[in-house]
Design a binder for this molecule. Structure first.
Ligand code: DC
Length: 224
């Protein structure tokens, strides 16, 4: 049995899981896995190499040798093959491609191994869609964040504009709806709360309130 504690934070786009995971990991002094950034980086790599998104075998091979480095705590940057892809992984086309890649079983299997390797002392905070259900089923604490669709769209809009990436609210609403449907309805590792997850609706909460709630759950669990 692996004794290294894992805190999983799953949920749909705009639920705040990325920000909450980063702040929680910082508070605990734990490592951080942004699993969505893995799917997104694979999408960037596949598009750049002109890999056909229907060629599952080639995509899985690419996933297995992804050369990614995260510097999430300092600059929040993601490096792929030595190139800073922090902005390109957030674009609309890459978001769609990442969601599509998430439906391919061979890709999920290849990325599964990579994700397990992030579990190192003193502990890990992992955010994504299936961290608590599939990748770390033995996690110490499982959190599932949700928020009303309109609120999630507003948050995603602000995030993109702050990064200097073009966005419009109606298009974002459509894209988020589509992505929610694709992520939740896929037969393999669909987006859903683990049976033993604590579900938190963040619609009317500030980020620091959510982090406080998560931290109190984690502290209770670490102490027991
Ligand atoms: O969390 P995110 O929005 O950065 O994730 C981008 C896409 O990657 C998401 O739409 C589906 C896929 N993904 C996944 O299938 N499983 C994960 N654990 C994380 C992301």
């Amino acid at each position: 049995m692996n004794k290294i504690p894992v805190i999983t934070i799953d949920g749909p786009s705009g639920s705040g899981k990325g920000t909450v995971a980063t702040l929680t990991a910082k508070d605990l002094g734990f490592r951080l896995l942004d699993s969505g950034a893995l799917y997104r980086s694979l999408a960037v790599s596949a598009i750049k190499r002109e890999v056909n998104l229907e060629d599952h075998q080639q995509l899985a091979d690419l996933a297995r040798c992804l050369n990614i480095e995260f510097d999430l705590f300092n600059s929040g940057s993601v490096w792929l093959d030595g190139e800073d892809v922090s902005l390109s992984i957030r674009t609309d086309i890459v978001s769609k491609a990442a969601s599509l890649l998430g439906t391919i079983p061979a890709v999920r299997t290849a990325l599964h191994e990579q994700q397990l390797a992030f579990r190192k002392e003193p502990g890990l905070v992992a955010d994504g869609r299936d961290m608590g259900t599939v990748v770390f089923p033995d996690a110490l604490v499982k959190i599932y964040l949700t928020a009303r669709l309109e609120e999630r769209v507003q948050r995603r809009y602000k995030q993109l504009i702050d990064k200097g990436i073009d966005a419009t609210l109606p298009l974002l609403l459509r894209d988020l709806k589509e992505r929610d449907a694709k992520d939740s309805e896929r037969p393999i590792s669909p987006l859903k709360p683990a049976k033993d997850a604590v579900v938190l609706d963040t619609t009317d909460l500030q980020v620091d309130q959510v982090v406080q709630l998560v931290m109190s759950i984690v502290r209770d669990r670490l102490a027991s």
